[in-house]
Design a protein around this ligand. Structure first.
Ligand SMILES: Cc1cc2nc3c(=O)[nH]c(=O)nc-3n(C[C@H](O)[C@H](O)[C@H](O)COP(=O)(O)O)c2cc1C
Length: 112
């Protein structure tokens, strides 16, 4: 899995790795927009919720989006209806980093 994710070694250190996928058996129900947009949004929301629950439990996660999806598809021998969207290694963090700088409210929000 590390190789498929362009050498991001920390994936191999994690005791658990979740691969979050879209499922075109479900997403096709809503036509083209469902298959290409809603499906990604659905999975992204579930990833975020998983990461928040993990954090609440004292676990650390990383959202890994940089990977060769065909390699992941092959490694896990996935059925054709699934498309891997993110790899999420889960483990106990070795250290708690300080929060990075955030954009300000005025940088993030545009009111018209
Ligand atoms: C779509 C997406 C893809 C990401 N891909 C990677 C990745 O491949 N490798 C990685 O170390 N972090 C990846 N991250 C994590 C970010 O680098 C960052 O750590 C995370 O979004 C937390 O942001 P923050 O530092 O602003 O809290 C990704 C995040 C997102 C949202």
């Amino acid at each position: 899995m590390t190789r498929a994710a362009f050498g991001q070694n920390f994936i191999a250190d994690a005791p658990l790795t979740i691969v979050a996928c879209t499922d075109n058996k479900i997403s096709r129900r809503y036509g083209d927009r469902g298959a290409h947009l809603y499906a990604i949004q659905d999975v992204s929301a579930s990833i975020m919720n998983m990461m928040l629950v993990a954090h609440e439990l004292g676990l650390g996660t990383v959202w890994v989006g940089a990977f060769d999806e065909w390699q992941v598809f092959e490694i896990l021998d996935m059925p054709q209806n699934l498309r891997p969207v993110a790899i999420i290694p889960v483990g106990y963090p070795a250290k708690i980093p300080s929060a990075p700088r955030r954009v300000t409210k005025s940088e993030a929000v545009e009111i018209r």
